[in-house]
Design a protein around this ligand. Structure first.
Ligand SMILES: [Zn+2]
Length: 212
């Protein structure tokens, strides 16, 4: 992995500055891949896009509009007082719910970003194989989020169609899951499809590890 400069952004509401790292190039060596599409790759880190300001609670985007500069990791930091910066982090499960309730998204892809983040945040509870049950309220949020994500994903893209199948499996709708998987003939996905069908046959609706 070749690291890039640290990028600096400013909250459009209160002006608080945040920073995040960037990379010039990365790879998937040592990556862990899960059935819901989440990948944990030490050499290809994922970066937050929509964040919540720690000072004023505004949701905003780490995009060009809010970017105010950058500094090299080992270069001149003097143009920014780095003590004023905090690292931008991903939204928490509750913050994803809040952002979706407030409808802060401006496009289908932003709604997908938030709902996929919420789905993954719930699945994080099971990712390490823990056996925790969601309470009724959380289950209702989880299920309605999965259902809406199925609606807004682009079924013409194979990756998103597999994601729909996995969402159906997570909802315990194994027939719907298998029906979608059977429409995919791409050999590159053969192993994934086989694994997901096996889990359907076991009536397992939890996220699974695909490969390490
Ligand atoms: Zn702010």
């Amino acid at each position: 992995m070749i690291p890039g400069p640290n990028l600096i952004y400013k909250c459009p509401q209160c002006g608080r500055k945040v920073s995040r790292v960037s990379i010039v190039s990365g790879n998937t060596i040592g990556a862990t891949m899960y059935s819901d599409g989440k990948m944990i790759a030490p050499m290809l880190p994922d970066f937050p896009y929509i964040i919540k300001c720690k000072d004023c609670d505004a949701f905003y985007r780490l995009n060009d509009e809010n970017k105010i500069g950058e500094f090299e990791r080992w270069g001149d930091k003097n143009m920014f007082n780095t003590r004023d910066l905090y690292w931008a982090g991903f939204l928490s499960l509750d913050e994803y719910i809040e952002a979706i309730d407030l409808k802060i998204y401006n496009s289908v892809s932003e709604e997908q970003y938030l709902r996929r983040g919420l789905w993954w945040a719930f699945n994080d509870k099971y990712r390490e194989g823990a056996d925790v049950a969601l309470n009724d309220e959380d289950r209702a949020v989880y299920e309605s989020n999965c259902a809406r994500l199925i609606e807004i994903l682009d079924k013409d893209k194979i990756d998103e169609r597999i994601m729909c199948a996995e969402l159906y499996r997570n909802l315990g709708k194994y027939t719907e899951c298998k029906n979608i998987l059977e429409t995919i003939n791409d050999k590159r996905y053969g192993q994934t499809i086989e694994l997901l069908i096996k889990e359907c046959e076991k009536n397992n609706n939890r996220v699974i590890l695909l490969r390490e």
